[in-house]
Structures are given as structure tokens and as C-alpha cells.
Design a protein around this ligand. Structure first.
Ligand SMILES: Nc1ncnc2c1ncn2[C@@H]1O[C@H](COP(=O)(O)OP(=O)(O)OP(=O)(O)O)[C@@H](O)[C@H]1O
Ligand SMILES: [Mg+2]
Length: 448
């Protein structure tokens, strides 16, 4: 049987054991120290970085504070100065360190209003409330400089009230800026007034030119008729004188034939009728002018469009040298509710333009058609002139655009007609060139 006998420990063994435990501990300790050291180095680097960042921020804030034109004061809750910026140092002639821990009131002049404001300010700082006020700051030369000051509470990151930040700007500057602004505003107002005035004059000019343009047609029509009547009157006088001279019937009949008394008599009613119409038109234009001064009337009445169209064509061709072939394609009667005067004016302008366009044509011709659908009445006036070039097409509805010689065209006919068609009659007016030549104008009106 085998017995277990504890192993005897010799001294050599013990020392060996001791050595091995010590080594392990040492290694452990050294390793621990290494870790701590490397942590330390890491923290050191971080700290240095933070410091550098902090320094940078400080310099940045410093440079901003120095660059500030407005004065800046930081106080604690008791209203003691903690910091000021360069602008305030310059204004008061005192350094930041001289002012530190001093009560805020050392900055202010001793005027009654300033003393009152400074008490007010101290209260506000303690309460942490915002304040805007005007206060006199004592300058280097002991002069009171009025400032517009804003005081705002400032807190630490836990929300604890630390004091206030006051910023101020010389009132003189603000007043100057205000004066400049006021001056600029006055100038702007004057310019605006001038613009309105010149715009008024321009629209007045357009209105007068427009009225003159529209009066021109009926007046020249009436003039034409009156000259004819004047000539007739002379012939009648001649005829009556010969009758009163007791001449023979044959002789009288001969004179009657020579003086074309019969055709003259048959012409007189239409001349008188035409003159009356022209005078009526002038009257309507004047009435419209009056209405223009007091707007708000609705003058839509049932109108026979065909009669109106024939009348416009009659007027225009009657006062023209050329006698074009006029072809019409329209019903005998078509009643719509519209403003008679305006539609007549548009039709006259379109017919007059067509007439002008064909005055040098060998076979001048005008084609007029009227077609209707449920909503619209469409009137087209086409001529066999040279048409409108693409370039002119863009401008023909502009005021004062004309290709006619001075004295013949004012360039207002289409501008006026367009305005009347679209704004007054709720319709439209368009222009194009017909594919077989000549211009084609289309006036659309509501079929009501
Ligand atoms: N039927 C047409 N054929 C060719 N060109 C036309 C025709 N109608 C108008 N125009 C062109 O449009 C221009 C402007 O016409 P608008 O009626 O506005 O003025 P105007 O006839 O020149 O002068 P106003 O009518 O004031 O006497 C004309 O000068 C002409 O060039
Ligand atoms: Mg015209």
C-alpha cells in the first residue's frame, strides 16, 4: 500500500515560488500602470485639444467684441460690471479692468432721467427681464452721450440667472439713420407722385386722342354731307331764280334737267339723314365721355347687329373716294343685347382700316360675314389688301402704332376697338391674314 507523504518544501523551492509570485504581480502592476499612463496621455492630448479649442473660441469672441461698433456690458445679478467691450472702453475712456466689479451706474451720466433709468435697469437685471430704454452714458470728455440700450438677462447652462448683457447704440446715429430714411422716403413719395402725374397726363393724352379719333369719323361724314347740301342749295337758288323770271315751261324743264334738280331732290333726304346720324354719333360720344367721368352705367340694349353693320359700312364707304365691291354673308336681322355705341365704333374702325388697306387695289373688295352659335356672334371683315406683316401683327393693337402717313392715321383705331371689345362688350377682337390674301378681323360678341 502506498502512503502519501506531503512533499517536503525546501528553502530553494520557497525562494523560487516567491520569485515567480513577485514577477507575476510586478508584471500585473506594470501592465496596470501602463494602462493608466496611456489613459493619462490620452486625456492629456484631449485636454490640450480642448484648451486649444477654448482659446480659439475665446479669441473669436474677443475679436467679435472688439469689432462691435455697439457698446456691450456684461453684469452680474447685482448689476456689477463683469466685462465690457472695446467700444465702451473707447467711449468712456476707462479700461475693462478699471470697470470690473464697479456698479453699472458708474457708466451713466447724472442727469435725472439717467438716474431713474439706471434704478429701473438694476431692478430689471435682478428680475431677469428684458428692457429697452434710452440712457445717457458718460463719455471721455464727461459728456452725456444718449444711447438706445437693450438689456437682456443671461443664464448659465443650468438655467441659473447670471446677470444681464447690455448693448447700446448712440441715438445720434439712429436719429441720423432715421432722418436719412425719412429723406429717402420723401424722395420716393415725390417720384411716385411725379410718376402718377405723368401716367395721368399720358392717359389723359390717350383719352383726348381717342376721343378726337372717334369724333373724326362722324364729323367728316357730316362735313361731306354739308358741302354737298351747300352745292345743292346754289343749284336750287339758280333754279328758283329762273322760275321767277317767267320763262316758258320748256325752258324751265331744260334748266331743271341741266341742274339735275330731280336727282338732287332725291339725294337730299339721305344727306340730311346721314348728317343727323353723324350728329347723333357725336352726341353719343360726348355722352359717353360724360359717363366716363361718372362710371357705373350699364348701357346694354337690344340692337339689330345687321343694321348696325350696314350703317357702319355705309358711313365708311360714303366718305371714301373708292367704291369697293362689298360682299355680305349674313342674316337679314340679328338682335343681340349689347352696347350699340361701342359696337358701332368697333365696326367703323375695322371697316375704315379695310378701306384704307384696299385704296390702291385695282379691284378693291370687302367681305363681311356674320355667323352665330349658341353663345357667340362672330363678325368677320376681310379685305383684299396686302395683309399685315408678321412683324406688324405683334403691334397693331398697341396705342399709336400706325403704318399710315402722318395726318392719316393716329394708330388708335385698333387699340380703342380692342379695349371696347374685350372690356366693355365682354367679347374679343382678333386679327389674321386670310390664306387667299388680305387681312381678316374677327369680332366676337356674346350672343345674348
Ligand atoms: N385691314 C388691314 N390691312 C392691313 N393692315 C392693317 C389693317 N388694319 C390695320 N392694319 C395695320 O394696323 C395699324 C394700326 O391700325 P389702327 O386702326 O390702330 O390705326 P391706323 O388705322 O393706322 O390709324 P387710326 O385708326 O388711328 O386712324 C395700321 O396702321 C395698319 O398698319
Ligand atoms: Mg384705323
Amino acid at each position: 500500500m502506498q502512503t502519501h507523504k506531503p512533499k517536503e518544501l525546501h528553502l530553494a523551492d520557497l525562494s523560487q515560488l516567491n520569485t515567480s509570485v513577485n514577477d507575476e504581480t510586478w508584471i500585473e502592476v506594470i501592465q496596470h500602470m501602463d494602462a493608466i499612463y496611456s489613459d493619462l496621455v490620452h486625456s492629456q492630448v484631449e485636454l490640450e485639444n480642448k484648451n486649444a479649442e477654448l482659446e480659439e473660441t475665446r479669441l473669436f469672441i474677443e475679436s467679435i467684441l472688439s469689432a462691435m461698433h455697439n457698446i456691450l456690458v456684461v453684469t452680474n445679478t447685482e448689476g456689477q460690471i463683469l466685462r465690457v467691450n472695446l467700444a465702451l472702453e473707447k467711449l468712456t475712456g476707462k479700461t475693462s479692468s478699471e470697470l470690473q466689479q464697479q456698479p453699472l451706474s458708474v457708466l451713466f451720466a447724472t442727469s435725472a432721467s439717467s438716474v431713474k433709468q439706471s434704478h429701473h435697469l438694476a431692478e430689471k437685471i435682478r428680475a431677469g427681464t428684458l428692457l429697452d430704454c434710452e440712457i445717457d452714458i458718460l463719455s471721455t470728455q464727461n459728456k452725456a452721450v444718449p444711447m438706445a440700450v437693450t438689456s437682456k438677462a443671461h443664464y448659465d447652462h443650468t438655467g441659473r440667472l447670471l446677470g444681464a448683457v447690455l448693448t447700446g447704440r448712440p441715438l445720434g446715429e439712429i436719429r441720423l439713420a432715421y432722418l436719412k430714411l425719412k429723406e429717402a422716403h420723401e424722395k420716393l413719395k415725390t417720384t411716385q407722385q411725379q410718376l402718377i402725374q405723368s401716367e395721368k397726363m399720358a392717359s389723359l393724352g390717350r383719352l383726348i386722342a381717342g376721343v378726337a379719333h372717334e369724333l373724326n369719323n362722324p364729323i367728316s361724314f357730316v362735313f361731306g354731307n354739308m358741302y354737298a347740301l351747300q352745292r345743292y342749295e346754289k343749284r336750287l337758288q339758280q333754279y328758283l331764280e329762273s322760275i321767277h323770271q317767267n320763262i316758258s315751261v320748256e325752258k324751265r324743264e331744260q334748266i331743271r334737267a341741266e341742274l339735275k334738280i330731280d336727282s338732287m331732290l332725291s339725294d337730299i333726304p339721305s344727306l340730311l339723314e346721314g348728317s343727323l346720324e353723324g350728329a347723333e354719333r357725336v352726341k353719343t360720344i360726348v355722352q359717353e365721355l360724360r359717363r366716363f367721368a361718372t362710371p357705373g352705367h350699364d348701357d346694354n340694349t337690344p340692337v339689330d347687329l345687321i343694321k348696325l353693320l350696314n350703317n357702319a359700312l355705309h358711313w365708311v364707304s360714303h366718305s371714301s373716294k373708292i367704291k369697293p365691291t362689298i360682299t355680305t354673308n349674313m342674316p337679314d336681322k340679328l338682335t343681340i343685347t349689347t352696347n350699340e355705341g361701342y359696337v358701332h365704333q368697333i365696326l367703323i374702325n375695322l371697316a375704315q382700316n379695310a378701306m384704307d388697306a384696299i385704296e390702291n387695289e385695282q379691284h378693291p373688295a370687302i367681305e363681311v360675314s356674320v355667323i352665330t352659335d349658341d353663345d357667340t356672334v362672330q363678325i368677320t371683315i376681310r379685305d383684299n389688301g396686302t395683309g399685315i406683316s408678321d412683324e406688324h401683327m405683334l403691334s397693331i393693337f398697341d396705342p399709336f402704332f400706325t403704318t399710315k402717313p402722318v395726318g392719316k392715321g393716329t394708330g388708335l383705331g385698333l387699340y380703342i376697338s380692342y379695349g371696347l371689345a374685350t372690356e366693355q362688350c365682354n367679347g374679343s377682337l382678333t386679327a389674321e391674314n386670310h390664306h387667299e390674301g388680305g387681312a381678316l378681323f374677327t369680332l366676337r360678341l356674346p350672343n345674348v
